[in-house]
Design a protein around this ligand. Structure first.
Ligand code: PTT
Ligand code: SF4
Length: 611
């Protein structure tokens, strides 16, 4: 087999044993890699109803046939498990040298099972796996942990690690990699923590088998240079992801004050121009020539790397417009290993609930000092932090009094930084994301506002979401490569089947990838249904507040407007029809058979899930 190594490393933390397992060509061709591998393994191997924070959950690092090869932006890895924040399948994609080192060690994926009885660090060096004590770094933040690992094993190793939030099983704890950023906003850091797994260190020395290594090198190096040239020409990396902040403010799509407002006159203070002006360093993932990570000094002089999502949800969403303070909140999230996005939404929900008298507490919008204290309490699960560590939905269910309506989450995962009060297509894209309210699956907002009408609930939006899901949540998450060259700099999607051919020798069309993508999405739906048998289409709805006339803007471009419940329901139905799902949003028997999921259909029948 070329392109894939054909081996998965399975590690049991309970018995401190490991083994390499082979997989078939058929498995590789059916699931490709990354999300495809992780979804299939978790669906097959996890018993329904297991506790995501118990020893029966499995933590997976999955790579794809493009991981680590010399093609643009291939230094990414997918981390996956049953999600402690949604109870469904969860994953995240982060830049890390592990993407290269694990493949060079001879594996396409890693499955970590069981639970260690003391804090543990896994050290994988080619065929060897060490189970080492992690006492020296347990209780420490991700920066100190990473420094300690680099000092011990050298700077070239791949590292995934967690901070105090992961150790204390905060349900939105991330996995960190200082060679990239943070991944697994669906609580993958908490899953590592539940296994007492502080870090994974990987070093490999073997070549990655490729069908045409010389061709790959020539094309890949040429394209790495070309992507760099295009990026310099477009100037995208000057402001990187935060370029979108001023646009969102302009078009009334910015989350402000727990998404109550859609713009703010002070938003310019935290926009891409200000971030670029404050830049003290530029970071990039391995194998990348776009280097989009902009870092600045926070108000305490620490270096903090900021993206749009982090700025919008820790800044305007909390009504904090001092970039140094936002950088400081971001730094703390990175160090504790908290997801910036969920943390921003949980804190804004808490401030809103106090404001509305639905709970009491000492926190208000605009109070950066109190936000910092609360973050520490969440990471350590102290006081009110223990409840907030379970996420906005759990807190709302405790506060009651109708506060669930403004807990900004879908399926239990807190909202991405797009205020869709009156953006039906993007609201649907977040609603039908299989992992909860993450923008990674479909970012339709620019198409919606620039190429169609904001007022439309037409099927063209449902189709566009599927088109984007196939590329973003399907192709990029399965071959495992960063999507930014394509999305931000227009690097043609047709390059990817070409890289795939050079790597695997297979002559696939984009349609072949769309089939794999549809298969993976259908399987994720079955996974969701198995864990939530009472599910209905309302699990694909955004929070009630977006439908509430009382919450409509009072001024600006969308004054008096809000989402229409029945029309949203109609748009959702277009999406189900196009995907071949039933009225509950579950793939029909015919769809499952068409996608080659007959075996999964049988098991779904056994669980009584199909109607
Ligand atoms: C991603 C989510 C994002 S998406 C951001 S900013 W973004 C936040 N970053 C965080 C952070 O930083 N620190 C922290 N403690 N928590 C954070 N939570 C948030 O996590 C990310 C880039 C970005 S920056 C994006 S959009 C693209 N995402 C990709 C993706 O999902 N798949 C893919 N094939 N390519 C992608 N390219 C881009 O990568 P999650 P990363 Mg992360 C400091 O993984 O769980 O999906 O959360 O991946 O290495 O951090 O790179 O405006
Ligand atoms: Fe990482 Fe940004 Fe490069 Fe993508 S474009 S690989 S997120 S540095």
């Amino acid at each position: 087999m070329k392109g894939w190594i054909g081996r998965i490393l399975r590690i049991d933390l309970t018995s401190k044993t490991f083994k390499a397992e082979s997989f078939s060509e058929e498995f590789a061709h059916t699931w490709v890699g990354g999300r495809g591998f992780a979804a299939k393994i978790l669906y097959d191997e996890l018993a329904p109803g297991i506790d995501p924070l118990g020893p029966s959950n499995k933590f997976i690092v999955a790579l794809g046939p493009l991981s680590g090869i010399p093609a643009p932006n291939t230094g990414k890895a997918l981390v996956a498990a049953k999600s402690p924040s949604t109870g469904g399948y969860g994953d995240g994609n982060l830049g890390t040298r592990v993407a290269l080192q694990l493949r060079k060690a001879g594996y396409d994926a890693l499955i970590v099972e069981g639970k260690a009885d003391t804090p543990t660090m896994l050290v994988i060096e080619d065929d060897q796996v060490g189970f080492l004590p992690a006492d020296a770094v347990w209780g420490k933040g991700t920066y100190d942990t990473n420094d300690w690992i680099y000092a011990t094993y050298g700077e070239g190793v791949g590292v995934l690690n967690i901070g105090q939030a992961g150790e204390n099983m905060v349900r939105y704890a991330v996995v960190r990699s200082l060679e990239g950023r943070a991944g697994g906003r669906t609580g993958m850091g908490a899953v590592m923590g539940s296994k007492m797994l502080k870090a994974i260190v990987v070093k490999g020395t073997k070549p990655i088998p490729q069908a045409d290594p010389e061709g790959m090198k020539a094309v890949g190096l040429r394209d790495l240079r070309e992507v760099h040239r295009i990026d310099k020409e477009s100037g995208w990396s000057i402001q990187s992801t935060n370029a979108v902040l001023s646009w969102c403010n302009e078009v009334a799509a910015l989350p402000v004050r727990n998404f109550r407002k859609t713009s703010h006159p002070d938003a310019w203070k935290v926009d891409g121009e200000r971030l670029n002006a404050a830049r003290v360093a530029t970071y990039g993932c391995p194998n990348c020539t776009m280097h989009c990570g902009i870092a600045m000094h926070d108000d305490e002089g620490r270096v903090s790397e900021l993206d749009y999502e982090n700025v919008a949800l820790l800044g305007p969403n909390l009504e904090i417009f001092d970039l140094g303070q936002v950088a400081s909140l971001n730094y703390l999230c990175d160090d504790y290993g908290l997801d910036t996005m969920s943390t921003g939404c949980v804190l804004s929900f808490y401030a809103d609930a106090i404001d509305h008298g639905d709970t009491s507490g000492d926190f208000a919008f605009g109070d950066a000092s109190a936000a910092k204290v609360l973050m520490g309490m969440i990471a350590r699960r102290e006081g009110i932090g223990d409840l907030l560590a379970n996420g906005a939905l759990a807190a709302a269910r405790t506060f009651g009094r109708g506060s669930e309506a403004y807990a900004m989450q879908i399926k239990g995962l807190e909202m991405a930084a797009y205020n869709c009060k009156y953006i039906p297509g993007q609201a649907l894209a977040l609603g039908v994301s299989p992992i909860g309210a993450h923008h990674k699956e479909a970012w339709i907002i620019t198409f919606e506002l620039k190429e169609t009408s904001r007022d439309s609930y037409g099927p063209e939006k449902a189709q566009k979401i599927i088109d984007l899901q196939r590329i973003r949540g399907g192709l990029f998450e399965c071959v495992v490569s960063c999507r930014f060259p394509w999305i931000e700099n227009g690097w043609g999607i047709e390059h990817y089947p070409h890289y795939f051919k050079l790597s695997t020798g297979l002559d696939w069309t984009l349609d072949d990838f769309w089939t794999v993508s549809d298969r993976v999405y259908a399987l994720l739906k079955l996974f969701w249904l198995r864990e939530h048998p009472q599910t209905d289409r309302t699990s694909d709805f955004p929070p009630a507040v977006w439908f509430d006339p009382a919450n409509a803007d009072t001024e600006g471009p969308i004054a008096g407007r809000h989402l229409d419940y029945d029309k949203y329901d109609g748009l959702l139905q277009h999406y189900y029809d196009l995907r071949g799902y039933d009225r509950r949003g579950i793939p029909t028997r015919d769809t499952l058979h068409r996608l080659g999921l007959s075996a999964e259909a049988v098991s779904a029948e056994e669980f009584g899930l199909l109607r």
